[in-house]
Design a protein around this ligand. Structure first.
Ligand code: HAM
Length: 423
């Protein structure tokens, strides 16, 4: 026998029994974003690799180690998108969406990173994200955060804390970087391999090391907030005030730097302790330099992305019920004549009652086996037709969920009206 082919490591099927939960989440996000005036953008999964080198940053884990990039047949280097902010910026520049206008857009779809798979961390995963352009904030930063807070509430999610930081302008950050390099260089023997590598390329990333051996060294590092430029400090203070006004709790975490290079000023993460090591369900921030970096006119940007798998895992951990799909009717058809009459009847009912959820038995089977399927289908009623009913233009209606209710026989004419009143 030929060997079964399995899905590749870190890449998963979303099975029919899981898709109701996915759809519920996606639908909740979709309607919420529409309420805030965001429009959907769908960018391609394949992009030129250079987009992420220039957008996400050369010295990030994503670009250095995790990107699925390969030479196309004509030699061009293309990549499966590891994130979608760079793509959104590319698309907005390419289609002239940033000329003297604001944009509020959102997206949902798969992203690809070759990380070490574990719970909450996959090689193909899904994000829902929002990006805004030409709004310097901090009002829009606050709106983005309020929108995510409202989403948690709509989904019934609890215990997700908001961590917040400001990374300042590229200039103030450059000055701070020099201080950091100095601090860490003075203790180079305490740095792990990753951090040594980052010391001269991206010392800020040393701040969010998970290595406990470096905890004290990181704690003793100079504080970014003491070195923010005045405008960034004011921007951050205003954002905090707006969050206070809206009653949104937050924790200022001066060590929060995020893993992508494009951030300026505001960065934030929503984190839960209920998912183990991969507890960040949403991350985002401001990226005022990215549009220019990718060839557009200097344009402020701010956005976030959340991990769909992590949110679904959290919903499950918190016992939030899946929305199960239900069926109104299962049509049981025994014998050829009944199958033919029944098929036509099913189509007539679908025309007469738009939205009717009708599952027609297909593939034959005995009365007993069809009734078993009807029961399993979660249908409220079975419509049952055998040869005799088919000849007489009749059908049986059997309530499946109400043990005391009786089966009735009725004429096919008038069935649609009867069902409408029953359902
Ligand atoms: P990110 O922090 O790399 O940011 O990813 C955002 C979220 O995607 C994470 O908080 C997490 O929930 C989820 N995620 C990331 N990697 C994985 C993975 N391997 N498996 C499962 N879930 C994952 C960005 O991607 C930025 N583009 C966010 C942004 C938008 N910033 C501004 N605008």
């Amino acid at each position: 026998m030929a060997k079964n082919i399995q899905s590749i490591r870190g890449v998963h099927d979303i099975l029919p029994e899981q898709s109701a939960a996915w759809q519920h989440l996606e639908e909740t996000v979709r309607s919420l974003l529409a309420e805030y005036g965001y429009s959907e953008i769908r960018t391609p999964i394949l992009e030129s690799t250079e987009l992420f080198h220039r957008g996400v940053g050369e010295v990030t884990d994503i670009v250095e180690k995790e990107m699925y990039a390969f030479a196309d047949r004509n030699g061009d280097s293309i990549a499966l998108r590891p994130e979608n902010t760079a793509s959104c910026v590319r698309a907005c520049i390419q289609h002239g969406l940033l000329h003297n206008q604001q944009q509020r857009i959102w997206y949902a779809g798969p992203m690809f990173r070759r990380e070490r798979p574990q719970k909450g961390r996959y090689r193909q995963f899904h994000q829902v994200g929002a990006e805004t352009f030409n709004i310097p904030g901090p009002d829009i930063d606050a709106e983005l955060i309020a929108m995510t807070a409202r989403l948690w509430q709509r989904l019934g999610l609890k215990n997700i804390r908001l961590e917040l930081n400001s990374l300042g302008t590229p200039e103030s950050r450059a000055a701070y970087r020099a201080l950091l390099t100095e601090h860490f260089s003075a203790h180079e023997e305490l740095l792990d391999e990753d951090s040594k590598r980052r010391l001269h390329t991206n010392p800020l990333r040393i701040l969010d090391t998970k290595n406990p051996a470096m905890r004290d060294l990181v704690a003793a590092a100079p504080d970014l907030h003491d070195h923010l430029d005045q405008e960034s400090a004011d921007h951050f203070a205003d954002l905090c005030r707006m969050l206070d006004m809206m009653g949104i709790d937050y924790i200022i975490n001066p060590r929060l730097v995020r893993g992508l290079d494009y951030y300026t000023r505001t960065v934030f993460e929503w984190i839960t302790d209920e998912l183990g090591a991969q507890g960040t369900v949403c991350g985002g921030g401001r990226y005022d330099g990215l549009v220019e970096q990718l060839g557009g006119k200097s344009t402020p940007g701010c956005g976030f992305a959340m991990g769909t798998e992590r949110l679904l895992e959290l919903m499950q951990a918190q016992g939030i019920e899946n929305q199960q799909t239900t069926t109104d009717i299962y049509m049981v058809l025994v014998g050829n004549e009944a199958i033919q009459t029944g098929m036509a009847l099913a189509e007539q009912l679908r025309t007469a009652l738009p939205g009717l959820q009708l599952l027609m038995n297909a593939g034959g089977g005995s009365f007993k086996s069809q009734m078993k399927r009807a029961d399993k289908s979660t249908a409220t009623y079975a419509l049952i037709m055998g040869e005799e009913e088919a000849r007489n233009g009749q059908i049986n209606i059997k309530p499946l969920r109400d043990k005391d209710a009786q089966q009735q026989i009725m004429s096919i004419d008038g069935l649609a009206e009867q069902l409408q009143s029953l359902l």
